[in-house]
Design a protein around this ligand. Structure first.
Ligand code: HEM
Length: 408
């Protein structure tokens, strides 16, 4: 592959320079993405060392997500084609990908998610009760609720002790700090956190090797007992799967809670409607996942020289499949920047991706979100953003960095 930032052979494809790795004032990223979607069906972005091709209209994104023979998952980060850290199952391409998904899918089915619900409800209620008891009647929701809750449920999903959540949290923060890092310190801290978490998972794997649990309900035990093409998974693969599930599942759920609560705090009419009719939470969540897409890009690597929407691409170039832009494409969604949980194509959004790599954890994420929102609003139905705070959002993969709320 050759660095292609200074491309002169783009066949007239427009060029943009916005660096989407940067933190910005909250909600500014969506405005920039919307504007660049309208420059053309494909736009070359030269803000990174290698550059990448942005595809951002709904029909194009959904079609290209299905072209997994020529747009492959060898790298899934459009910002950096050299970042080939293996993620399982994400980094695999069909047919290997399907084989591993078949092993993992039962743990993320609606029935498996149902098994976790009593624990989720109990922990959500306990956390909300402790927050409601605060004498200052305020909380940074992004930190004190949205971080700990999904971490504990993730441990339960893997069959690991939820009490380990406290120990896990600083490492999880450091790992995410390293993804879109701007300083060598952040990168170093992230590397150390990965080592610590891998050591934690390694211990859990050893424990399961000595005392296997029920492979129907214990994910680590299942990974140790399963064969793919008559071969057991290697220990390294089992560890990588655990790490991937952590990376893919924790930050997303935390970030989603931040945007959902921000919307509810700033749109009392929507909040009152769902509080009065809690059966509407699933619709509320679906529309919020569309409007506040966290994963702004699904990166795909070009497997062989080809044209993408009229732009000549070389093997090894990166394509940015713009989930957030597609989710706000007026060609697909009427009045796309407005929250409307009654819209007729509510479920067509790409917030969980599409095609073979569609989010394996989406049923779990939805259930976790409904339970958290119900538990909170049963106890604190009225609240607002703390006055005078300026909210920022992280670049790379969106997240409100903090969300201070207060109530009477
Ligand atoms: C609101 C929360 C979540 C959002 C918005 C989200 C979004 C996404 C998206 C857009 C993809 C597709 C990536 C691609 O096409 O390359 C994806 C894949 C994935 N997600 Fe999620 N996700 C969420 C929660 C979770 C949870 C809770 C888990 C598991 C604990 C999880 C595990 C995964 C995995 C393993 C993949 C890769 C699937 C594959 O390559 O086959 N996600 N997610």
């Amino acid at each position: 592959m050759r660095p292609s930032q200074q491309r002169t052979d783009l066949g007239g494809c427009p060029v943009a320079h916005t660096d989407y790795r940067l933190d910005r004032p909250a909600f500014e990223t969506y405005e920039l993405l919307n504007a660049e979607r309208e420059l053309g069906p494909a736009v070359w972005n030269d803000s990174t060392e290698h550059g990448f091709l942005m595809v951002s209209r709904y029909d194009d994104v959904t079609a290209l997500l299905r072209e997994h023979d020529t747009l492959v998952n060898d790298c899934v980060n459009a910002f950096d084609p050299t970042m080939t850290t293996p993620l399982l199952p994400n980094s695999l391409n069909p047919p290997e990908h399907n084989k591993l998904r078949r092993v993992l899918n039962p743990f993320f089915s609606p029935a498996a998610v149902k098994r976790l619900q009593p624990l989720a409800r109990q922990r959500a209620r306990e956390l909300v009760a402790s927050i409601a008891a605060r004498p200052d009647k305020s909380v940074d929701l992004g930190v004190d609720f949205a971080m700990i809750y999904p971490t504990e449920l993730f441990l339960a999903l893997l069959g690991l002790p939820v009490e380990d959540g406290e120990m896990f949290l600083p490492h999880v923060e450091a790992i995410f700090g390293g993804f879109f890092a701007s300083t060598p310190e952040e990168i170093e801290a992230s590397g150390k956190a990965v080592e610590a978490i891998m050591a934690y998972f390694a211990e859990a794997v050893e424990e399961r090797q000595k005392n296997p649990g029920d492979p129907e309900t214990d994910l680590v035990s299942r990974l140790l007992s399963v064969t793919i093409d008559d071969q057991p998974l290697e220990r390294e693969q089992v560890l990588t799967i655990c790490m991937t599930l952590m990376v893919a599942g924790l930050d997303t759920t935390r970030s989603a809670l931040g945007y959902l609560f921000h919307h509810l705090a700033t749109h009392p009419e929507d909040r009152k409607r769902v509080v009065a009719d809690p059966g509407l939470w699933p619709k509320f969540i679906e529309e919020a996942i569309r409007l506040y897409s966290l994963i702004i890009q699904d990166g795909r690597m070009v497997a062989e020289d080809r044209e993408v929407l009229g732009c000549p691409m070389n093997k090894g170039d990166m394509v940015w499949l713009g989930l957030a832009q597609a989710n706000r494409d007026p060609r697909k969604f009427a009045d796309p920047d407005t929250f409307d949980m009654d819209r007729e194509n509510l479920n067509h959004h790409l917030g969980f991706g599409a095609g073979v790599h569609r989010c394996i954890g989406m049923h779990l994420a939805r259930a976790e979100l409904v339970i958290a929102l119900e538990a909170w609003h049963e106890v604190i139905p009225d609240y607002r953003l703390t006055e005078g705070v300026e909210l920022t959002e992280r670049g790379g993969q969106l997240r409100l960095q903090s969300l201070p709320l207060e109530w009477d």
